[in-house]
Design a protein around this ligand. Structure first.
Ligand code: NAP
Ligand code: G4F
Length: 371
């Protein structure tokens, strides 16, 4: 149901994250009024939205940020009563797998119970018949995979508190669809990255390191399991799939993936190569090293392995089967950004950021900024 101006209204939880920023751009472009849920933070926490908040950004006036929190049900109910959305995209989560082992209870509350809090808020606000709701489900639910590739029918076997919390969120969405006939959908998205990816996820950690090492800002990067395999796509392409999922006639669940898997090691090689630091490997296990193979920095150790980044239980291989998304949603990964192009885009963007960092450091010294 469109609002008074004839525009659809969307609410995005987790709007400050990687996907939230791309989805906001997409929905504004499509003419939506977009409400974004952000949580309180002691410092500025929406750098990914800064350009959209600029008054010159197209349809910037249709984007409104609100404070709420997935673990504060009252704030969710109040926000739903206020905004009356046609569509909700539940992207908010403690989304770091390794961190979820250190914060299991909070991860369960935000990434698991948060989904239930949202669904109950929709019902409490009297929107159960009107609002379509998307849940950011994840390939981490497949964990110790029972088959290759993974599809909508592959059993779940999560390997982290994050994965377990997301399995709860998945099933509570299915349950509310079956129990109350609500338009609840799960997008089971495989890993998707971009220049806006959080700095502690492996792709971004690597592309930042390659750029910063090349420009002399960093000596080396320490990584964990180099042999893990992930099905990596571009976040910008994946938010398009989220939107398509909510435009279907019938609520359903979809795997969103490229159907190609790559090792962390290969992503590392491509990134350092793109930065002009081609790699060779020496040693084994925690003694393995990535060494610059040729050029100005030949012989320099730029990648080390550290146990610190190993997980108590690892997801070794993720490879998705996007057949249903292709057939039903008309979402075709082979026509979208390849993992090689994604890697290049990320390294190039991090090169520019590293140059900016150098200028910033020099400027701060000049102006005597104390921190
Ligand atoms: P992200 O960058 O970590 O963004 C998550 C957002 O959730 C952040 O803006 C965070 O706020 C917010 N958040 C965390 N706890 C919250 C709380 N208690 N209340 C309100 N907001 C909260 O993640 P992403 O990569 O954009 O992913 C979006 C969603 O898709 C997540 O649910 C993730 O689990 C899921 N997912 C991601 C991938 C992937 O490969 N990217 C794949 C499958 C599923 P701050 O900005 O203040 O930290
Ligand atoms: O980049 P990662 O931290 O992503 P992970 O664990 O696959 O989770 C991401 O994708 C999920 C979808 O499958 C999302 F649901 C989740 O929210 C998140 O966005 O790690 C990827 C792989 C892992 O096997 C990890 O062990 O890279 C390996 N790895 C090796 N060294 C590392 C590192 N991961 C990180 N973060 N840091 C390392 O130094």
């Amino acid at each position: 149901m469109p609002n008074a101006e004839g525009r659809k209204v969307a609410l995005i939880t987790g709007v400050c994250g990687q996907d939230g920023s791309y989805l906001t751009e997409l929905l504004l472009e499509k003419g939506y009024i977009v409400h974004g849920l952000k949580r309180r933070s002691s410092s500025f926490n929406h750098p990914r939205l800064e350009h959209i908040l600029d008054k010159d950004y197209p349809n910037s006036k249709n984007f409104i940020l609100h404070y709420a929190d997935m673990v504060d049900s009252t704030s969710l109910t109040n926000l739903l009563k206020l905004t009356q959305p046609d569509e909700i995209y539940n992207l908010a989560a403690q989304s770091h797998v390794k961190v979820s082992f250190e914060l299991p209870e909070y991860t369960a509350a935000a990434s698991g119970m948060g989904a239930l809090n949202l669904l109950e808020a929709v019902r409490g606000a009297g929107l159960a018949d009107k609002t379509r709701i998307y849940q950011a489900s994840t390939s981490e639910m497949f964990g110790k995979v029972h088959e290759v590739p993974q599809s909508e029918t592959t059993p779940f076997h999560p390997r982290s508190p994050y994965g377990v919390a997301k399995v709860y969120a998945f099933w509570i969405f299915v349950n509310y669809r079956e129990s109350y006939n609500m338009f609840c959908c799960n997008g089971i998205l495989f890993n998707h990255e971009s220049p806006r990816r959080g700095e502690t996820f492996v792709t971004r950690k690597i592309t930042m390191a390659a750029a910063r090492i090349k420009l002399g800002l960093q000596d080396c990067v320490s990584l964990g399991n180099l042999d893990a395999k992930r099905d990596w796509g571009h976040a910008k392409d994946y938010v398009e799939a989220m939107w398509r999922i909510l435009q279907q006639d019938k609520a359903d669940d979809f795997v969103v993936a490229t159907g190609i898997t790559t090792t962390v090691r290969a992503f590392c090689e491509w990134s350092f190569n793109r930065a002009g630091l081609p790699l060779r490997w020496e040693g084994e296990g925690v003694n393995e090293r990535g060494i610059v193979a040729s050029g100005e920095h030949e012989g320099k150790v730029v990648v080390k392995v550290s146990e610190r980044f190993f997980r108590p239980a690892e997801v070794e291989l993720l490879l998705g089967d996007p057949a249903k998304a292709k057939a039903v949603l008309g979402w075709h990964p082979e026509q979208l950004t390849s993992v090689e192009k994604l890697c290049e885009e990320m390294v190039d963007a991090d090169m520019e950021l590293a140059k900016l960092e150098i200028m910033n450091v020099e400027m701060k010294k000049k102006l005597k900024v104390p921190y």
